[in-house]
Design a protein around this ligand. Structure first.
Ligand code: BES
Ligand code: MN
Ligand code: ZN
Length: 505
């Protein structure tokens, strides 16, 4: 592993006359022209706005326009980068955190090659500015030769702070540190997803999770293929048996050390590459199946983050890892396997492998009697058909499902609650086993996968299943704080849930 992306350094400042290369300001779009965010100093507002308009600034979200600092503006920055925030909220309502996060992300991308910058966006939302700038500046360069003509990412970002005493300053430093750790966790999930499948085998993935988890003070267990076979993990073994690189199951535990702490179990799909197996996928786009461990990546990053933030909730991550390959040892369509816990399954389609490894992990996770269980997976192409590339589908027990979806929207990851229509269950009846792994038709494919998983969630556990097939991996152009490749979704959703459970139970 080369050194992970470290992100820009952040400092707090109250002085926009200090020398720096670029000052990032927010620009609102309005019916009669643009307006700069309130924290831009009075003397600079008119000249900066005029200069931005001259080169085409509109204030629309996604907009980024850089101009030399106008003479006499009193700014210490050599240039000003205006990033669009869209229309100003009416009645002085706050600018939504996600609007600030995306604008800061646009800045983080635009400031490639800049060593030192400052921003007023932090006065709108400090944490969102840090997260957005860090994630916008993110890049994955491990497999590029150093001779490649890539500019260095943004070096340092000075954040304009609210005026106030030492208490406020200490609080602001805490906010920056937590936001930086959050962004670093998202970046870790991105790194895992971006690491190519020849390098990130199940064994390598487990080793890396073990190393990082141990460093963060987690209790870590790694189970190999012999243990899994001897202990009845038929789903993980069946999916992994076609590959020369055997499967793993990793467990990572954060103990809150708080009296009466709730317990949240996390489960993430860790298919390091999904060829489909014997039910092989078409060649076009198959390379994107390097992202099929996005759920596992997010879960590992989240439990590490829970420890780093010292969250007052117990968190156990159960992470099955396998490579889905066709070979003479691969499982066949028609095989019957036994999931952990004893349920038998007719494997009609070896490409519906995610649910097979998740079912084992869910049963194992439920043995600990968690209060809540969140599983997340790049589970179905049907998620993308239903909701597109940026909207995770959230299923599960109704109350917790709705809570998770709402919290997800608060983070900007934008999960959406989906139903389990009761008629779908009968489609998973098998000719020979307790269950079939696919239904005989294509309709509601995302929901069918959820209905399959539901069979394995213990009575009384509040459960949410987050399908991130599209949202975990960006195959289009960069936008906001999201570049091409791994996105780190749904790390911030799971963090929001852990924080909410720590606070409200
Ligand atoms: N990993 C895929 C789902 C996927 C597709 C993720 C596209 C990201 C982008 C999953 O294992 C799969 O192959 N699902 C099948 C299920 C089907 C056989 C019932 C699918 O969606 O086609
Ligand atoms: Mn598949
Ligand atoms: Zn898959």
């Amino acid at each position: 592993m080369s050194t992970p992306f470290a992100g820009p350094e952040f400092s707090l400042t109250d002085d926009l006359t200090a020398t720096t290369e670029v000052l990032v300001v927010g620009v609102f779009s309005g019916e009669d022209g643009i307006a700069l965010d309130d924290a831009v100093p009075e003397a600079a507002r008119g000249p900066v706005a005029d200069a931005l308009v001259l080169v085409g600034a509109t204030g629309k979200a996604g907009d980024a326009v850089r101009v030399p600092s106008p003479a006499g503006s009193g700014l210490g920055a050599a240039s000003v980068l205006g990033v669009g925030l869209g229309p100003a909220p009416s009645d002085g309502a706050p600018v939504p955190a996600e609007t600030v996060r995306r604008a800061a992300g646009v800045a983080g991308r635009a400031l490639e090659g800049v060593a030192a910058a400052a921003t007023t966006l932090s006065r709108l939302d400090l944490a969102a500015t840090v997260e957005g700038a860090y994630l916008g500046a993110y890049r994955f360069a491990e497999f590029r030769n150093t001779s490649a003509p890539t500019k260095a990412p943004l070096g340092t970002l000075a954040l304009l702070a609210r005026p106030g005493g030492e208490a406020l300053a200490a609080e602001a430093r805490g906010t920056v540190e937590q936001a930086r750790l959050t962004a670093a966790a998202v970046a870790l999930a991105r790194d895992f997803v971006n690491t190519p499948p020849n390098v990130l085998s199940p064994g390598e993935f487990a080793d890396r999770a073990q190393r990082l988890g141990t460093d963060a003070g987690l209790q870590v267990e790694v189970f190999d293929e012999e243990y899994l076979a001897a202990n009845g993990y038929g789903g993980v073994v069946g999916v992994g048996q076609g590959s020369s690189r055997p499967p793993r199951l990793v467990r990572l535990k954060h103990v809150a050390g708080v009296e009466g702490a709730k317990h949240v179990a996390l489960v993430g799909k860790g298919i390091t590459f999904d060829t489909g197996g014997i039910s092989i996928k078409p060649a076009a786009g198959m390379e994107n199946m390097t992202s099929d461990m996005g759920g596992a990546a997010a879960v590992i990053a989240t439990v590490i983050l829970a420890a780093q933030l010292g969250l007052g909730v117990d968190v156990t991550a159960t992470v099955p890892m396998a490579e889905n390959m066709p070979s003479d040892t691969a499982q066949r369509p028609g095989d019957v396997l036994t999931q952990y816990g004893g349920t038998t399954v007719e494997v009609i389609n070896t490409d519906a492998e995610g649910r097979l490894i998740l079912a084992d992990a869910i049963v194992r996770a439920c043995e600990d009697d968690p209060d809540y269980l969140i599983d997340t997976a790049t589970l179905t192409g049907a998620q993308m058909v239903a909701l597109g590339n940026r909207t995770p589908g959230v299923m599960g027990t109704e109350e917790f499902r709705d809570r998770v979806a709402e919290l997800s929207r608060g983070t900007g990851e934008n999960g959406w609650a989906m139903p389990f229509p009761e008629e779908l269950r009968a489609d998973l009846n098998s000719r020979v086993a307790d269950l079939a792994n696919v239904s005989p038709h294509r309709w509601g494919g995302m929901l069918v996968a959820g209905v399959y998983l539901k069979e394995f969630v213990a009575e009384g556990v509040q459960w949410a299943h987050i399908d991130v097939a599209g949202p975990a991996f960006n195959t289009s152009g960069p936008w906001g704080y999201t570049g091409k490749g791994g996105t780190g979704v749904p790390v911030r959703t799971m963090l929001a849930v852990l924080r909410d459970v720590a606070q409200r139970g």
